[in-house]
Design a protein around this ligand. Structure first.
Ligand SMILES: [Zn+2]
Length: 241
């Protein structure tokens, strides 16, 4: 990221009218460096996944394939905050849609007050996923979610995020975003993500996405579902048809 730098050996800084050396922010140098990296690496079939938080490096974003960050928002949760999920903040900083570069959410645990499952809950209703940062538990958990996502024709589906589909959960503290796939014969299939945006357990949650839906199946655990119970910052993933 372009920090203030006065090192003339790498082209930064300038001498002002006061005769003193002042710093500059190497925004253009960073953009040029990423442009060169992208050209060299994409020729070799590589991708650039940038770990640089927020939008500070936005001039380099045209030359990266994806970004990975999430610490800013999670710091308070890792310390044990019970605050409701800041959904508007999440949409602004973490969905990647405003900058046009896909985001993977970074997830640091501090069990029991904040865990990888909570980071999943925060991400999936926004159409992004956390990246497992270790083998073992987070990789096993995410492998199950990747399998569900691979099982659904997402590329041929429409995305309906919670902020554009009105009240479809019986409790506004639970948010639901979903993909809908319409088969050539007109039959619809749904893949829905439902998250509890609070630290309170929610129960008896029902969904009203489409009256034609007759069956809801837990995509991870299997089995039919009617009403949902969601633990603190918990989530469920459902197939529906
Ligand atoms: Zn410098």
């Amino acid at each position: 990221m372009p920090r203030l730098c006065a090192n003339t050996a790498h082209g930064c800084g300038y001498y002002g009218a006061d005769g003193r050396l002042h710093g500059t922010y190497p925004i253009r140098a960073i953009r040029n460096m990423f442009r060169r990296l992208y050209a060299e690496l994409s020729m070799r079939g590589c991708v650039i996944n940038l770990h640089s938080y927020g939008c500070l490096n936005f001039t380099a974003l045209p030359y990266v394939n994806g970004t990975w960050y999430g610490e800013n928002l999670q710091t308070a949760y890792i310390k044990g905050s019970n605050e409701d999920m800041p959904l508007d903040y999440f949409r602004a900083e973490y969905t990647g849609r405003n900058m046009g570069v896909p985001v993977e959410f970074i997830a640091y645990e501090n069990r029991p007050v904040w865990n990888f499952e909570n980071a999943v809950a925060m991400s999936i209703i926004h159409g992004i996923l956390p990246r497992p940062n270790d083998i073992g538990h987070p990789l096993d958990l995410m492998s199950g979610i990747w399998r569900v996502i691979d099982s659904f024709p997402i590329a041929k589906s429409e995305w309906h995020p919670y902020w554009s589909c009105g009240d479809i959960t019986s409790d506004p503290r639970a948010k639901c975003s979903y993909y809908v796939y319409t088969a050539p014969d007109g039959e619809k299939q749904y893949l829905a993500f439902i998250s509890n945006t609070t630290a309170e357990e929610l129960s008896g949650i029902t969904l009203s996405i489409d009256k034609a839906i007759t069956r809801m199946i837990d995509a991870i655990e299997g089995g039919n579902v009617s009403e949902l119970t969601l633990g603190p910052f918990g989530y469920r993933i459902l197939y529906m048809k």
